[in-house]
Design a protein around this ligand. Structure first.
Ligand code: NAD
Length: 467
């Protein structure tokens, strides 16, 4: 599938200036929005109880209503533009694509497959059943995409959901919860299947984690929040940070590899946890790869420019990014260090050592360190090291099936993309469904409806075996 991002971008840029902000401030209650977390959870618990009486056909209808309201052109425009405006991060056109894919390609009720045994002793079925109330913590980097895919999967599995959005995305997240509630009400769903608080905060998130009526926690975010939910004593799914390496060996189609890397590493200004965060190139092809990356929209920073970039974007200890530069465009970063950005520039590349902070740390901005290594074996070894055991995402460009296999076996990531941009791994231009909650630490992988359900066995003794 070819994604014509340029065309979409042109349209979005036009509407960006005219997109209205929500006319209801975040603080207003109603339509699933509550003043305090306790009240929100109680409402969700009542909704979950009422939801048990809904048929599967009704569930399907409610999920369809979520997709429909999120796919309204004015809502897609609003979410994509407002996310950039409110969080100060990312790219409107790419957010539009992410929201659209989340609404269209997240699995629904059909994902809940029943298994059965029948025999002389009767009939036993194993069915996916709701947890009840799920507490979902969502990131700044994909604020609306995560609420879309979590809402679809969690409601399809029969649950109610309490969202704890990042405070930096609160207005948009609260707006989205309202829109979802209005659509669900119109479809006849129980009230308050999706709730949040008017003023999201760390304190509200912690109250949600501890509340006894919340039976399951799903955290999409950095290592801190994943650690917190995993030590909560509750069933938890942790979708944490990544530092995806992209390896290019001497057999790769270099022009194609270069374009894919620039596309993937610049997607939404490198915010996705799946985006290429460092490049490891075999020495013999590194120059040609960089030449093709520049042709595809990258700018190669000279050593003195790299030094200025380091001062600009790294925190004092050089262990990660300064938050204010996360998700900014390559053009903004270049301008800030006194470089006039070339027309159409999407990514900044620079040669770096394997120990350089641009290579070692997850920056979430379109700066890609390129590390030279003598051969493909050294490249794979370094990729494993730089992935830091996150088991998240890795990419490789190669025509050598043996080496692709070796990398897949060694790196053990949840997503391994071969000969394509990283976003194909979440179903954008690649086969497979979409999700924005990728659970490496807890092993669910690309989360889907069945991950938000528990299995229950029903046994009927002696009868209903008709063979
Ligand atoms: P973040 O960890 O700062 O915040 C994520 C969420 O956790 C927010 O809702 C935030 O309010 C909450 N939170 C953070 N610390 C908390 C604490 N101490 N107590 C209570 N709540 C807390 O992350 P972010 O900047 O919003 O998102 C970027 C990070 O998320 C990156 O590391 C990225 O790789 C990761 N991410 C992972 C996935 C995935 O599917 N694996 C998807 C998107 C983002």
């Amino acid at each position: 599938m070819t994604i014509d991002a340029a065309q979409i971008e042109a349209v979005i840029r036009k509407v960006l200036a005219t997109v209205p902000t929500s006319d209801e401030p975040a603080g207003v209650e109603g339509d699933g929005v509550f003043a305090d977390m306790g009240a929100a959870i109680e409402a969700a618990a009542a909704a979950a109880k009422a939801y048990r009486r809904s048929s599967m056909a009704e569930r399907r209808r409610y999920v369809a209503a979520i997709r429909e309201v999120m796919l309204k052109p004015e809502n897609l425009d609003h979410m994509s533009a407002q996310a950039v405006i409110e969080t100060g991060m990312g790219d409107v056109a790419h957010k539009y694509l992410k929201n659209k894919f989340a609404a269209e390609n997240t699995p629904g009720v059909e994902d809940l497959e029943t298994s059965a045994w029948s025999g002389d002793d009767g009939l036993t079925t194993v069915e996916y059943s709701a947890y009840g109330v799920i507490g979902a913590i969502t990131p700044t980097t994909n604020p609306t995409e995560t609420i879309i895919c979590n809402s679809i999967g969690m409601l399809a599995a029969g649950n109610a959901v309490v969202f704890s959005p990042h405070p930096r995305a609160k207005n948009l997240s609260v707006w989205q919860v309202r829109e979802l509630n209005r659509a669900l009400r119109a479809a006849g769903a129980p009230e308050n299947l999706i709730v949040t608080v008017a003023e999201p905060s760390i304190e509200a998130t912690n109250a949600m984690i501890e509340h006894p009526a919340v039976q399951m926690l799903v955290a999409t975010g950095g290592p801190g929040i994943v650690r917190t939910v995993l030590s909560s004593g509750k069933k938890a799914i942790g979708a944490g940070a990544g530092n995806p390496p992209v390896v290019v060996d001497s057999t790769a189609d270099l022009e194609h590899a270069a374009k894919c890397i620039v596309d993937g590493a610049s997607f939404d200004n490198n915010l996705p946890c799946t985006a290429e965060k460092e490049c490891i190139a075999v020495d013999s092809i590194a120059d040609l790869l960089k030449f093709n990356m520049v042709k595809a929209g990258a700018y190669e920073a000279a050593p003195e420019e790299v030094a200025r970039l380091e001062t600009l974007v790294l925190n004092e200890k050089r262990t990660g990014p300064k938050t204010q530069w996360v998700g900014k465009s390559a053009a903004e970063l270049l301008r800030e260090i006194g470089v006039e950005p070339p027309v159409g520039v999407r990514l900044i590349i620079c040669e770096a050592s394997a120990e350089h902070p641009f290579v070692v740390h997850e920056l979430m901005m379109p700066i890609l360190g390129v590390v030279r290594v003598p051969d493909v074996h050294a490249a794979i070894e370094l990729a494993v090291e730089l992935e830091h055991g996150n088991r998240h995402t890795a990419v490789m460009h190669s025509r050598d099936v043996k080496m692709l296999t070796k990398m897949g076996r060694e790196i053990q990531t949840t997503i391994f993309v071969k000969n394509g941009p990283s976003f194909t791994g979440i179903g954008i231009g690649g086969e497979g469904y979409s999700t924005f909650t990728i659970a490496g630490p807890t092993g669910e992988g690309l989360t889907r409806t069945r991950n938000f359900a528990r299995t229950r066995r029903c046994v009927l003794v002696d009868d209903l075996n008709v063979r």
